[in-house]
Design a protein around this ligand. Structure first.
Ligand code: FAD
Ligand code: SF4
Ligand code: SF4
Length: 367
């Protein structure tokens, strides 16, 4: 007896985190010349995306928009490798849109009762109250926040350079956001956060809006393992874009304090040369460590830009500057921080210059 195929349900067509499903071209494509007609995909897909052509023994994609955005299960289980999908970057680019992030965040919060881990274990991380003592606009769309412990027990005196804090926007239910600590530990527990403005962003909207000196924020941390893993005799290369500079600054400060003549090379990328900040600190570093090189890479150079003596300046993308540097970086350990695409391209560029893949440590701020 032949069973009738169940009609796919309308629920599979509902918007994906606020974006109409019809606007998202994510679905499988079957190469009929490669398909061996095993039927695995047809019977396995719970969304009934496929039908089976019994005459030719081939899988057919009949309801492409019922495919779950980001799912690739049928491709993973196809024994003939006949199924392809768009590049994963398509989904990641959607996730970078603030309305998508916010729809996910709002759904998590709304369904907290259902989705919350039932057995809440005591959290080992510290919750601290930090008071803003200084807000400084640096470059286009970046603000430096200096924060000090609000109470003695809130001291951020001990952390490992490269770590970050989770910060909550005061007076909201939103979830926390991560920010790298932009300094090595100080005895008085002061921390610097470098916050970039993101159009439509919730925390950065607060940072560039209501936030003011004297405000007290709740933070959790220190967190993260993007810390120094290199033996003291290994030369280091650092690559950052934008506020990816923050954890690298902390790592470089740490190295200069411990090994003042260490061989290090910093590549720092920004949109325009006016976006670079902390240039006095960089000038001091260059004076302290004769073996430190700094390459500042901007997409455009502003007339009259004053950059530190001794720093090299390049025009373009930071990953391209690494690739075109002509340096032999074999034997170096690399630390890379910044947006997802910069991290991806910089890792390739570093490998191209001879850095061993397992000696590249990366911290992506991406989605
Ligand atoms: C370990 C870690 C350290 C970080 N350190 C810093 C830091 O030092 N300085 C800093 O400015 N940010 C840092 N970030 C990113 C930060 O946590 C927030 O994601 C960012 O500030 C946006 O928060 P928001 O509330 O303003 O935006 P949201 O309301 O969360 O919306 C942000 C939207 O912008 C998109 N977006 C585009 N580009 C980026 C990007 N580069 N990063 C994040 N979201 C992006 C997101 O995908 C999202 O859709 C770090 C992230 C991680 C995971
Ligand atoms: S990717 Fe997942 S949802 Fe999409 S067709 Fe394949 S199994 Fe079905
Ligand atoms: S799993 Fe692959 S080989 Fe099998 S029917 Fe589907 S597409 Fe064809």
């Amino acid at each position: 007896m032949t069973e009738t195929t169940a009609a796919p349900e309308d629920k599979f067509l509902k918007p994906w985190h606020g974006i109409p499903r019809a606007d998202i071209p994510w679905h499988p494509t079957v190469d009929p010349d490669v398909c061996i007609g095993c039927g695995t995909c047809v019977v396995s897909c719970s969304r009934v995306v496929y039908r089976f052509d019994f005459e030719h023994k081939k899988a057919v994609v009949a309801d492409p928009l019922h495919c779950m955005v980001g799912c690739r299960t049928c491709a993973s289980t196809c024994p003939a490798n006949a199924i392809s999908f768009p590049d994963r970057d398509l989904v990641l680019a959607l996730e970078e849109r603030p309305e998508v992030r916010h729809a996910i965040e709002d759904e998590l919060l709304a369904r907290r009762g259902q989705l919350s881990l039932a057995d809440v274990l005591p959290h080992p991380d510290r919750l601290v109250q930090l008071r803003i003592t200084e807000i400084q606009d640096v470059g286009e769309g970046t603000r430096l926040f200096r924060l000090v412990p609000h109470r003695p027990e809130d001291c951020m005196c001990e952390f490992t350079p490269g770590q970050y804090l989770e910060v909550w926007v005061p007076s909201t239910d939103w979830m926390s956001r991560a920010y790298s600590i932009g300094n090595a530990p100080k005895p008085e527990g002061e921390v610097e956060l470098q916050i970039r403005r993101l159009e439509g962003g919730r925390l950065s909207g607060w940072a560039f809006g209501e936030a003011k000196v004297g405000d007290v924020v709740t933070a959790r941390g220190p967190l993260g393992a993007f810390t120094m893993r290199s033996a003291p005799d290994r030369p280091l290369v650092f690559v950052a874009r934008g506020t990816g500079f923050a954890p690298l600054k902390a790592l470089i400060e740490q190295q200069l304090a411990m090994f003042p003549k260490r061989e290090m090379h910093l590549f720092w990328g920004a949109t325009a040369s006016a976006d670079f900040y902390d240039l006095d600190a960089i000038a001091d570093w260059l004076r302290t460590d004769p073996n430190l090189r700094v390459t500042l890479v901007a997409r455009s150079l502003d007339a009259g830009a004053v950059l530190p003596d001794g720093a090299e300046v390049r025009v373009g993308r930071v990953s391209d500057a690494v690739a075109a540097s002509g340096l032999d970086l074999s034997g170096f350990d690399a630390y890379v921080a910044g947006p997802r695409v910069t991290v991806r391209d910089s890792v390739s560029a570093l490998e191209g210059r001879g850095v061993a893949t397992d000696r590249i440590f990366a911290d992506s701020y991406g989605v």
